[in-house]
Design a protein around this ligand. Sequence first.
Ligand code: T46
Length: 133
Amino acid sequence: MKTINLNSIRDEKGELCAIEAGRSIPFDIKRVYYIFGNTNNLPRGFHAHKKLNQAAFCISGSCHINFDDLKEQKKVFLDSPNKIVLIPPLVWHEMHNFSSDCILVVLANDIYDEDDYIRDFEEFKLFIKNQND
Ligand code: T46
């Protein structure tokens, strides 16, 4: 789960960050969605994707994303609009500790498809095992 630090262009008027498909992130963007208003700080995610590539960052506030690819577990704290984490396929991910002002933006390389989700951890383990056999 690679993280990318975006360079920002800073002057007395503030900062500007640009995200360019194929340059700052390694895929073409077909969809952008964002998660906000989780003022009860309820965890989200709890799934893996079969094929989807994504990149996530907090444009406001912060949250944690926990990753598990069955080889390694990793926790990434997204607390800056400059910090992007790549979410490749076949990685279980969960989002926790949403600040009340959190706006989590996600860039994805495909449109929404519920069939691409594995929402059960046992099914996820079986899916990975079948891929490795
Ligand atoms: C992910 C993490 C980081 C849509 O109709 N269109 C969409 O583009 C998306 C992303 C979701 N939905 C629907 C599906 C559900 O009925 O919105 C509802 C909430 O989605 P979900 O429960 O999957 O939300 P999260 O926060 O658990 O996961 C989301 C993304 O779905 C997922 O791809 O990787 O954020």
